[in-house]
Design a protein around this ligand. Structure first.
Ligand code: DX5
Ligand code: ZN
Length: 218
């Protein structure tokens, strides 16, 4: 089975000190750094783009796991690759031609992921499995941190796990992941856990270390 990955989402970090916050979660045990890119069109919030990714790249050598909640997504894939993303994940709901979008990500040399909103059936990835390095299953409706976990998605996690079989594809879950919900999603088959508010609560590196350990050991 694939090792459990903890990927703090910087959406819940102190945006006035983003570089320091990335360095802190890196040093306190983060496996990946989850970057929530929002455009105010695909989701009802706006965060940041390639310039910020570029600015924080030197703060950590860890995997930059870039979650694109933007539509259209294709025109920006190259810029996020250039800015330093290691995994680029697009929403199936944000592109008419998902196979082409995934090919465009692979053409940059980066890993390709697809994200599914809570109501989106896993069948949409059936014909692109062999282009995927990661499937991101949203356990909240995208746009904000600190929302309540949607338990219905656990069934989808198990179904995606069955679809993937022994392909080298990470199953990442995102939204409302805490020490209480982490066991549910891990049991269903998720191996990469994104957490924002549950990691950054408390606001100090010591808190971040304790919070990530609590999720990992749940
Ligand atoms: C929501 C983002 C998530 C969010 C998770 O649109 O994609 O990554 O930051 O935040 P929590 O862990 O607080 O639910
Ligand atoms: Zn995210």
């Amino acid at each position: 089975s694939r090792p459990i990955v903890i990927a703090p989402s910087i959406l819940s970090a102190d945006f006035s000190r983003l570089g320091e916050e990335v360095a802190a979660v890196d040093q306190m045990g983060a496996d990946w750094i989850h970057l929530d890119v929002m455009d105010g069109h695909f989701v009802p919030n706006i965060t940041f783009g390639p310039p910020i990714v570029k600015a924080i790249r030197a703060s950590s050598p860890k995997v930059f796991d870039c979650h694109l909640m933007i539509e259209p997504c294709d025109p920006y894939i190259e810029a996020f690759a250039e800015a330093g993303c290691d995994i680029i994940t697009v929403h199936a709901e944000a592109t008419t031609h998902l196979d082409r979008s995934l090919q465009a990500i692979k053409a940059t040399g980066k890993k390709a992921g697809v994200a599914l909103n809570p109501s989106t059936p896993e069948s949409v990835i059936q014909y692109v499995l062999d282009r995927l390095d990661l499937v991101l299953l949203m356990t909240v409706n995208p746009g904000f941190g600190g929302q309540a976990f949607i338990p219905a998605v656990c069934d989808k996690i198990a179904r995606v796990k069955a679809m993937i079989g022994d392909r080298p594809i990470d199953i990442e879950v995102d939204g409302g992941i805490t020490p209480q919900t982490a066991p549910l999603v891990a049991a269903a088959g998720a191996n990469a856990l994104v957490a924002g508010s549950a990691v950054f609560k408390g606001g100090t590196p010591a808190d971040y270390e304790r919070n990530m350990a609590a999720i990992r050991d749940a």
